[in-house]
Design a binder for this molecule. Structure first.
Ligand code: DX5
Ligand code: ZN
Length: 220
């Protein structure tokens, strides 16, 4: 599977977002990662639905929407998405997550399932028919600038093995949190496919977005 990058917009210069997105287009970034938080599922609040709909009008880069909210089913209808966009919901956020995954697909986009660091990959097995992407969180979600959790490499390796066993060879694994050049290389070797790039590898003081993106792609 081709390796892909997803730029974490909460780490971008939000007062200059339109220009930033144009630079990300030139840099050849594959997805725009949009973190939606509710202050309950995670102790932070970031980007919102109106912003998603505005971003959708300014770029053709597909959106990778990461819902870190309790009961995300309440919000699926609010999002304007196309077939290449992904809406990703957390295993831990709903009692009946398969209904939410179905509701996402019925909007005509892709459904992602996210796992917090402590959630075993095996928990995704009953949902195998409902997922188009598996997001293995490499930090506890909520904040940029954290350190990758110690079991991340082992978990990605297991996720790739189990997805293949379940017949999901074409379902990509996304990794999110502290994806530096070094962690990106290690996780790529274990089978990660989509890399969320934030403060660890893309939005850096000493590099342009294009330089940082090229440097990252070189380690995959
Ligand atoms: C959380 C966010 C951040 C983002 C920040 O879901 O999506 O983790 O990736 O990137 P880093 O960890 O590099 O600052
Ligand atoms: Zn995220």
């Amino acid at each position: 599977m081709a390796k892909m990058t997803s730029a974490s917009l909460m780490c971008a210069d939000l007062l200059n977002l339109e220009n930033g997105i144009k630079e990300l287009e030139k840099a050849g970034i594959d997805y725009l990662h949009i973190d939606i938080m509710d202050g309950a599922f995670v102790p932070n609040i970031t980007l919102g639905f109106d912003l998603i709909n505005s971003i959708k009008k300014t770029t053709k880069i597909p959106l990778d929407i990461h819902m870190m909210v309790d009961e995300p089913a309440r919000f699926i209808e609010r999002m304007n998405v196309d077939k290449d966009d992904i809406i990703c919901v957390h295993y831990e956020s709903e009692k009946h997550i398969h209904r939410t995954l179905e509701a996402i697909r019925s909007k005509g986009c892709k459904a992602g399932l996210a796992l917090n660091p402590q959630t075993p990959v095996e928990n995704a097995e009953p949902l195998a028919e409902y997922i188009d992407m598996l997001l293995v969180m490499t930090v506890s979600p909520g904040f940029a600038g954290q350190k990758m959790f110690a079991g991340a490499e082992r978990k990605v390796e297991k996720a790739r093995r189990l997805l293949n066993e379940w017949g999901l060879q074409n379902v990509p694994i996304e990794v999110d949190g502290n994806i530096s050049l070094e962690n990106g290389r290690k996780l790529s070797l274990k089978g990660a496919d989509i890399f969320v790039l934030g403060t660890s590898a893309l939005f850096l003081k000493d590099k342009t977005l294009s330089q940082a993106s090229d440097d990252f792609k070189a380690v995959l």
